[in-house]
Design a protein around this ligand. Structure first.
Ligand SMILES: Cc1ncc(C[n+]2csc(CCOP(=O)(O)OP(=O)(O)O)c2C)c(N)n1
Length: 655
């Protein structure tokens, strides 16, 4: 069977395909996306929903001269297939393969890098303004989902764009879903547009007013009824956007290609800021994804026939353990309130939501609001927990500082996906939170070595009368035994796991077990290492660090975070500020660069964060230094090294 897709290497090739064949092309694209994502994992449901829309956009507009900005960018698989990346599509999200998001360095068709929600309108407005200054006349199109439209940043962009009335098009892809069903007043508004309620409500109100006017009232009602059809669908539905300065067009069926082509062709000729409201079905064309669009938002590899996810046999994830622990804590403490920014499933707060619906808030994609909302609740005596991914907490930095830390309010931050996140790439790696939280007065910051310790840290955070954050990694725990009783840890106290005389390895979070394993390996080579589970980045266990500095004099720090301002920096600062300057220190972490997409295993290896990397760094720093008790380094063959018994790389969930 000859394939239409095979003929397409650029949008120009797409334009050679007749309109009547475009639906067939859409089906071919769906098949490729389903097949590929079933192997690589990725954002399936969002992509299946925009196949026709992406084809129509590329058919009508002229990329790369016309600029298309995809909000979040998780829905651009069709765009990638149509813009010269078809042959590399099987490498999606893999190390050195295609990114799962738009990347300007990957293709000239990717007009702006995205990954976090709500950036597209601001970026599109900027590209439109730059175009105007240059005196050019290309189109600029932002494609944004109804979930991402709830982000505060989207409103900031709309507000500015509407006021400037620049020539730009915002395509609102409304599937009534964020990851889970969309929440909030905007989503209610969009839903009313779709069901015609807004129009009906307004009509009956107008009717009542008109009928109340003596004599002329009734004839006016009859006249109004005649123009009803004309009114319907023109002003009323998009009133909100009209008031913000946009011309509203829609709602239109986002799976009807002829309709899409006709609408986009008309819109292309319009001047000013236009909002096209397109209605799509998330997961369209693949029954399991349509039925469970939230589970198929971001999927691990799956079996196409059954739609079942292919799960590795792995211990429960940190997220699952968090999910259970927060419920356990909340059963005992009625003041605990759970808050998520559109990530109830991803963070594991869904279980809390089911058991305590009155104490649970999904605020939509609104991380800033989530944090200030938590601050307000804490101020009123409650114990809110903000369950959030490390990368998305970045958006609420000022709120953590300004609304939580200055007032020293007891908000708990449960920071999931901290460290190497992997396949989603630089926009999603959780590699900055240690640095940005460490710098805030009043903040207590911890990271557990395993899931059992995470439970105790959560208890510690809730017992602490100020802001406290627990950061933990993506993926499965270490498979350790879980204590029944929750126990608060001593704030600022580290745990010495192994005593050795040649080097002190101070590790934090999920770097602790690899450090321990490295120490076992190094012992065979004649290097005797102390291994410390730091537990707290802030406050540091200053007493222990000082003791080790004086006694051993060689320190290696390990963290899954950027080196700038990270845990290792904290140790160095302490040593320097306390006159311990003759200590030899080596820091392992992420250097001054963004970490690309790829499996966490590959990435940890690249940055020396695995057992081998830690051993290598220790060997280098210990070097030819005279070992205590006159011992010398032994060369050990690979086979005699202790192999890893510790599951460190099971990552069933992606978001
Ligand atoms: C600031 C931010 N918070 C959270 C996320 C996680 N996230 C990725 S996609 C998504 C839902 C987006 O919904 P929508 O824009 O409607 O797109 P859809 O997937 O439904 O097509 C969320 C919450 C994100 N990317 N950015």
């Amino acid at each position: 069977m000859s394939s239409l897709l095979e003929k397409i290497n650029s949008p120009d090739d797409l334009k050679q395909i007749s309109k009547k064949d475009l639906q067939k092309l859409a089906e071919e694209i769906r098949e490729v996306i389903i097949k590929t994502v079933s192997k690589t994992g990725g954002h399936l449901a969002s992509n299946l929903g925009v196949v026709e829309l992406s084809i129509a956009i590329h058919y009508v507009f002229n990329a790369p001269v016309d600029k298309i900005i995809w909000d979040v960018g998780h829905q651009i698989y069709t765009h990638k297939l149509l813009t010269g990346r078809r042959e590399r599509f099987h490498t999606l999200r893999q190390y050195q393969g295609l990114s799962g998001f738009p990347q300007k360095d990957e293709s000239i068709y990717d007009a702006f890098n995205t990954g976090h929600s709500g950036t597209s309108i601001s970026a599109a407005l900027a590209l439109a303004k730059a175009r105007d200054v240059r005196g050019e006349n290309n189109s600029v199109i932002a494609v944004i989902g109804d979930g991402s439209m709830t982000a505060g940043l989207s409103f900031e962009g709309l507000n500015h764009a509407g006021a400037l009335n620049s020539d730009m098009i915002v395509i609102l892809n409304d599937n009534e879903m964020s990851i889970s069903p969309n929440v909030g007043a905007l989503s209610v508004h969009l839903n009313r547009i779709l069901t015609g309620q807004l129009f009906n409500k307004m009509r009956s109100e107008i009717e009542m007013i008109l009928k109340a006017i003596p004599r002329i009232g009734n004839p006016m009602v009859r006249f109004a009824e005649r123009v009803e059809e004309a009114i319907k669908g023109i002003f009323v539905p998009g009133r909100l956007f009209e008031d913000l300065g946009f011309q509203y067009v829609g709602p239109i069926d986002g799976h009807n290609i002829p309709h899409l082509l006709e609408t986009l062709n008309s819109v292309k000729k319009l001047k000013g800021s236009i909002l096209v409201h397109v209605v799509t079905t998330k997961g369209k064309g693949y029954t399991p994804a349509e039925r469970e669009a939230d589970s198929f938002h971001g999927t691990p590899p799956f079996d196409i026939e059954t739609g079942n996810f292919i799960k590795k046999n792995a211990p429960p994830s940190y997220t699952t353990i968090f999910s259970n622990t927060i419920v356990e804590l909340a059963r005992k403490d009625k003041k605990i309130i759970g808050i998520t920014a559109a990530m109830a499933d991803g963070t594991g707060l869904d279980k809390f939501a089911t058991e305590f619906p009155q104490r649970f808030y999904d605020v939509g994609i609104a991380e800033q609001h989530a944090v200030t909302f938590a601050a307000g609740l804490a101020k009123e005596g409650f114990r809110p927990v903000v369950a959030i991914y490390s990368t998305f907490l970045q958006r609420a930095y000022d709120q953590v500082l300004h609304d939580v830390c200055i007032m020293n309010l007891p908000v708990t931050f449960a920071i999931d996906r901290a460290g190497m996140v992997g396949e989603d790439g630089p926009t999603h790696q959780g590699l900055f939170d240690i640095s940005f939280l460490r710098s805030l007065p009043n903040m207590v910051l911890m990271a557990p070595k395993d899931e059992n310790e995470m439970r105790h840290m959560l208890k510690t955070a809730f017992d602490y009368p100020g802001p406290a954050a627990v950061r933990y990694p993506r993926g499965s725990g270490m498979g350790v035994l879980i204590d029944n009783e929750l126990m608060a840890l001593k704030i600022g106290h580290a745990e010495v796991l192994r005593a050795g005389e040649d080097v002190a390895i101070l590790a934090i979070g999920n770097s602790v077990f690899p450090a321990l394993e490295s120490a076992i390996q190094l012992e065979l080579e004649g290097i005797d290492a102390t291994v410390v589970n730091a537990r707290f980045v802030k406050p540091l266990d200053a007493g222990l660090i000082e003791k080790l500095a004086k006694k051993i004099g060689v320190i290696v720090t390990v963290e899954e975070n950027v080196l700038q301002g990270g845990f290792g920096s904290a140790v160095l600062e302490y040593l320097n500020d306390n006159g311990l300057t003759d200590v030899k220190v080596r820091r392992i972490g992420i250097p001054d660069e963004f970490v690309t997409h790829g499996s966490p295993k590959i990435l940890r290896n690249k940055y020396g964060l695995d057992v081998e990397g830690i051993s290598r760094a220790v060997r280098e720093v210990v070097g030819s230094r005279t070992l205590r008790k006159g011992r010398t380094l032994r060369k050990v063959s690979v086979s005699s090294r202790v192999s890893s018994q510790i599951p460190h790389d099971h990552f069933p969930n992606i978001r």
